[in-house]
Design a protein around this ligand. Structure first.
Ligand code: T5A
Length: 210
């Protein structure tokens, strides 16, 4: 089977890290062992530096929405062009924790950024490059943030209001409803149930690809 680009999306604390492990073990079971796991923002030295700039507050300086968006896309273009596309070209599967859908949901939905600016930047950076499959792990902001809080201190974006995350979640759901390559997983259920659902959904999708 041709190598695929699989993305995991969702609000903070949705369980993306846990899901990634399940996806990798399921692919291994199916005999797919040439896999690269990465994340956004991040995944290259430059993109990891940009991740720090995006997620941390800078004393006495407000990061503008446009600067935030451009940093996210700078990190994305670096990752896509130097890691993801070369991996796919040599036959390696790529599993990515977040990708462009995060920008559509957080910056487009949460921040309510201008859609024509977002479309322009996205087209310039990605063209028609898209994931083959996206798992969207759906949780309410309350549940997700509680899980994230239990894990560590909240970063700059995680400190946004509940309304911000409600708008982000609504945009995720709107986009998932119009794109057959985005599969919604109810991530409010117990961890074992969620990981089992991811496994069966992935197995079913793999069957359809072969
Ligand atoms: N961002 C990113 C944008 O605004 N725009 C963009 O374009 C991009 C790419 C960094 C931030 O950047 C923003 C979004 C983010 O605010 P991040 O660090 O990758 O992104 O994202 P986080 O969502 O903060 O990552 P987390 O590690 O918090 O979330 P995960 O990976 O979804 O959650 P995970 O797996 O670590 O689980 C968290 C805890 O919950 C438990 C786990 O065991 C763990 O302790 N858990 C469950 N508990 C009970 N039941 C379940 N079903 C559970 N699932 C997980």
């Amino acid at each position: 089977m041709k190598s695929k680009f699989i993305v995991i999306e969702g609000l903070e604390g949705a369980g993306k890290t846990t899901a990634r492990e399940k996806i990798v073990t399921t692919l291994y079971e199916k005999g797919i062992q040439d896999i690269v796991c990465t994340r956004e923002p991040g995944g290259t030295p430059l993109a990891e530096q940009l991740r720090i700039l995006v997620t941390q507050s800078i004393e006495e300086e407000e990061i503008t929405e446009t600067a935030e968006l451009l940093m996210l896309y700078a990190a994305r273009v670096q990752l896509v062009n130097t890691i993801i596309k070369p991996a796919l070209a040599r036959g390696t599967w790529v599993i990515c924790d977040r990708h462009d859908l995060s920008s559509q949901a957080y910056q487009g939905g949460g921040r309510g950024m201008d859609s024509s600016l977002m479309r322009t930047v996205r087209n310039a950076v990605l063209g028609d490059f898209r994931p083959d499959l996206t798992f969207y792990l759906d949780v309410t902001p309350e549940v997700g943030l509680n899980r994230a809080r239990a894990r560590c201190e909240l970063d700059r974006i995680e400190q946004e209001s509940l309304h911000f995350f409600e708008r982000t979640r609504t945009r995720y759901m709107e986009l998932a409803a119009t794109d057959y390559s985005i599969l919604i997983i109810d991530a409010m259920q117990p961890l074992d149930t969620v990981t089992e659902k991811i496994k069966t959904t992935l197995m079913c999708w793999l069957e359809q690809q072969s």
